[in-house]
Ligand binder design. Structure first.
Ligand SMILES: [Zn+2]
Length: 89
């Protein structure tokens, strides 16, 4: 019998695991692949981005891009408060 079998593998979106000597495990479901990767310390996002735990500049930058943007600070409001304290001197 010849039949097609679908399997899932996990590869890092940053480095593609080019340095790994270990054979890539095969998973029968996407959920098992994601769960095993998370258990091994990988980041797997809801939209299927995958980042391995290598701690170099490229991987840290990829993790930073997943973070929400910094909240904006209202500079004008702070300036008016500073002016108020200056007039009391
Ligand atoms: Zn990687």
């Amino acid at each position: 019998m010849i039949r097609a079998i679908t399997f899932h593998i996990v590869t890092c979106d940053v480095c593609g695991d080019e340095d790994s000597d270990d054979p890539m495990p095969l998973y029968d479901t996407h959920e098992r692949a994601a769960a095993d990767a998370r258990h091994a310390g990988w980041i797997v996002t809801a939209d299927q981005r995958v980042i391995c735990p290598v701690n170099d500049r490229e991987h840290r930058a990829a993790v930073d891009r997943l973070m929400p943007p910094e909240p904006r600070i209202e500079i004008e409001g702070q300036q008016s408060l500073d002016l108020g304290t200056d007039t009391s001197r």
